[in-house]
Design a protein around this ligand. Structure first.
Ligand SMILES: *Cc1c(COP(=O)(O)O)cnc(C)c1O
Length: 408
């Protein structure tokens, strides 16, 4: 029987040691100073951006959703390369502005924005993707006090779902956005309250590997926007159709067919050019831009055998990398791709599990995977770790030191 395999990961290996950013992992570990750490490869991010620009029409604006990886140095790197940054909190707003992104090209989505966050957004001159009539009311007061209208787009909770998505963020009852059927009334409100209407934001889901499902959702998003635009108080200048582009994590996952998505975007952007000529089509991506450019590195503290099974007990675990442990939205636990970074092929190979130092059975990074036979002191590497890693993990659990981060 052929078991499903991880998609091939094209990391360079020299002398059986993984290389990142042209540096041997063993050297990088000394340079960082201690384990565990995340390392992100800026050249791989650039390759990803180039790929997207090659497949997507030039008119499509590429935004980076900071929540995927808010490391300030990485966001600075992004700021010089993408067309905009999307933030989902006041903290991320600070990161985006500090990174030097033009406020015109920063947008702010997320449920439950506080009055303080909204006031900062208006003062900064960024676009607010409003998610409720409450936010409209607050923005009206803030705009009045500031003497300048808030720039707003409406985040729409569409009537459709993004099929076969890892996480659904639209369709049905959702805390995100304004239900599509209530949007026309809200648009009237925006006109009477003196806010600067700029467009729509329709984001339906995350981590999708099926191009057909993504294309279908993008077509529906554009159609929904065209119909809502008829009630708009001003020309639509921004249509953000979200992202949702997934990356292969688990055995059997196949990389996304980016060409198919690009072709669909050509059709959509032409349609938009004729029906809403002032509207810029925006795609906002987190995971797809950074997920494959990052690794998580921890060190084997102890090699342990229990009733015939090998456990590599490391200094890293779910407190740094919840997603690899299978506890971040997975239904059935599956292994991220992993290897022993300083002996990739290794001499002998064995079936082993990699666990962390936390006193809970949930603290598993790798469960029964074929790895090079590892010794104490070796470096375990979890691939596909550039997105939803450190900041999406419960760092305080068990009071171990935080993981470090480096951008190479
Ligand atoms: C999280 C988020 C994204 C990024 O999603 P990815 O799956 O990482 O690409 C984009 N837009 C919004 C509004 C989000 O909340």
């Amino acid at each position: 029987m052929n078991l499903p395999q991880h998609a091939p990961m094209d990391w360079p290996v020299v002398d059986d040691c993984l290389m990142l950013g042209g540096i041997l992992l063993t050297t990088l570990a000394r340079r960082v100073g201690r384990t565990p750490f995340y390392a992100y490869d800026r050249a791989r991010i650039d390759v990803r951006i180039d790929l997207l620009r090659r497949y997507f029409p030039g008119a499509v604006k590429l935004h980076y959703a900071i929540k995927a990886n808010p490391m300030p140095a990485l966001v600075c790197h992004m700021a010089g390369r993408v067309d905009g940054l999307d933030v989902a909190s006041g903290g991320e707003l600070t990161t985006a502005l500090d990174a030097g992104m033009t406020p015109q090209n920063v947008s702010f989505a997320g449920p439950g924005k506080s009055a303080a966050e909204l006031a900062r957004a208006v003062a900064a001159g960024i676009l607010v993707n409003v998610e409720s009539s409450r936010e409209i009311g607050i923005l009206e007061r803030i705009s009045h006090d500031a003497g300048a209208p808030a720039r707003v787009a409406i985040r729409v909770n569409p009537t459709f779902e993004l099929k076969s998505s890892g996480m659904k963020m639209g369709g049905g009852p959702k805390p995100f956005g304004v239900d599509a059927e209530l949007v026309p009334e809200l648009l009237q409100n925006i006109r009477s309250r003196g806010l600067a209407f700029e467009g729509f934001h329709i984001f339906s889901g995350s981590q999708n590997l099926q191009a057909t499902a993504i294309c279908e959702a993008q077509v529906k998003a554009v159609e929904l926007a065209l119909s809502l635009a008829q009630s708009a108080p001003a020309p639509v200048r921004v249509l953000n159709i979200g992202g949702g582009l997934g990356i292969p994590y688990f055995p059997g996952d196949e990389p996304l067919d980016l060409a198919a998505i690009g072709e669909n975007l050509y059709v959509l952007s032409e349609r938009l050019a004729s029906e809403l000529p002032q509207a810029a089509l925006v795609v906002e991506l987190g995971r797809y831009l950074v997920g494959e450019a990052g690794i998580y590195v921890c060190r084997v503290i102890e090699r342990k055998t229990s009733r015939g099974e090998v456990f590599l007990v490391t200094d890293g675990g779910l407190h740094h990398h919840l997603a690899a442990s299978g506890n971040f939205g997975q239904v059935i636990r599956k292994n991220y791709p992993a290897l022993i970074g300083n002996r990739v092929a290794g001499g002998r190979r064995e079936l082993a599990s990699v666990v962390g130092p936390l006193c809970t059975p949930l603290d598993v990074l790798v469960e029964r995977m074929e790895l090079a036979q590892a010794q104490e002191g070796d470096l375990v590497v979890v691939l596909q770790s550039g997105a939803y890693g450190l900041t999406a993990s419960p760092g305080a659990f068990l009071s171990h030191p935080p993981a470090l981060e480096t951008l190479v």
